[in-house]
Design a protein around this ligand. Structure first.
Ligand code: MTE
Ligand code: MO
Length: 298
């Protein structure tokens, strides 16, 4: 039953970057997957951040608002047993275990850029499954248009939830086509190990072309709906955080520029880089937003 993570993701797949990138190129070029993008369609060839960076500089307000709070306090969270209620406009609603959602034999490695709305970024080698695979398994009803997600509420273990920092539970949502896009994954691991608690164990969303706050952690509920779901940051400050939250260097946050970002671990002077449209995933996702005014629907 326990995952053999070294089987899932042999260390060589990220240490031996040459052969990994070649494999990634073959995958991305496969017409069966519906991708027409560049060789790095699924995984970026940018240098992944160290495990130390990825696990010590986090946003996870359930454990406090400081970047180092999750690393200090998230170990208090019990992640086993865990189940996810999948409901709303689906054919087979119910309580699903992690093994149903992300079976060992379906896990994939995806090296993705993560761009926080606060203008910092990382590159993270996730392990997970396409969200589409579980949505297809539960059966999406034709009237469904959106997918809503909720994080666990357990103040005894999530010390930040003892204070009204946010309107708990943390909630997020995607349009159905965004949710079904092959880049959208549910992650259960990173590097060759199960997801550390501070990164959203045991199951978190990863939507690499959107600001990090869309990638909701420690998910306990997934609901298919016909109207736009409540989204925590959007509801808190709609002028600053849109529902779409697509990474866009041309649409500044009211209080800071989004044109550049600081790559964590890039050194005191070396870490500044240009922010890319859709965080570098424009070839794959721009068509989802054809005809939309992205400066208004940001
Ligand atoms: N439940 C929950 N999910 C969350 C957050 C949070 O505070 N609570 N923070 C978000 C933000 S702002 C970012 S940038 C990413 C950070 O993910 P990481 O810590 O794994 O890098 O998680 C997102 N998911
Ligand atoms: Mo963020």
């Amino acid at each position: 039953m326990k995952l053999t993570w070294s089987d899932v993701t042999p260390k060589s797949s990220w240490l031996n970057r040459r052969s990994f990138l070649a494999a990634g190129a073959a995958l991305a070029a496969s017409p069966a997957l519906g991708l027409t993008g560049k060789p790095s369609g699924f995984s970026t060839d940018a240098e992944p951040n160290s495990l130390k960076d990825i696990t010590n500089y986090n946003n996870f307000y359930e454990f406090g608002t400081g970047k180092e709070d999750p690393a200090r306090y998230a170990s208090a969270l019990t992640t086993d047993p865990w189940s996810v209620e999948i409901g709303g406009l689906v054919e087979r609603p119910g309580s699903y275990g992690l093994e149903d959602i992300a079976p060992d034999n379906e896990l994939e490695e995806r090296i993705y850029r993560l761009r926080c709305v606060e203008a910092w970024s990382m590159v993270i080698p996730w392990i997970g499954v396409p969200l589409a695979s579980i949505l297809n398994r539960v059966g999406v009803q034709p009237s469904a248009k959106y997918v809503a997600f909720e994080t666990l509420v357990r103040p005894e273990e999530m010390r930040g939830q003892k204070r009204p920092i946010l309107d708990w539970p943390y909630r997020e949502g995607l349009r159905l086509d965004e949710a079904m896009h092959p880049l959208t994954i549910l992650a259960t691991g990173l590097y060759s190990d199960p997801l550390p608690n501070q990164n959203g164990a045991p199951l978190r969303l990863v939507v690499p072309w959107k600001y990090g706050f869309k990638s909701i952690k420690s998910i306990v509920r997934i609901t298919l709906t016909d109207s736009e779901p409540f989204a925590t940051w959007n509801a808190l400050q709609p002028r600053e955080y849109g529902f779409y939250a697509n990474v866009n260097p041309q649409v500044d946050h009211p209080r800071w520029s989004q044109a550049t970002e600081r790559k964590i671990g890039g050194g005191l002077f070396g870490g500044r880089q240009e922010t890319l449209m859709f965080n570098g995933y424009a070839d794959q996702v721009a068509s989802l937003y054809e005809g939309m005014d992205l400066s208004r629907q940001f």
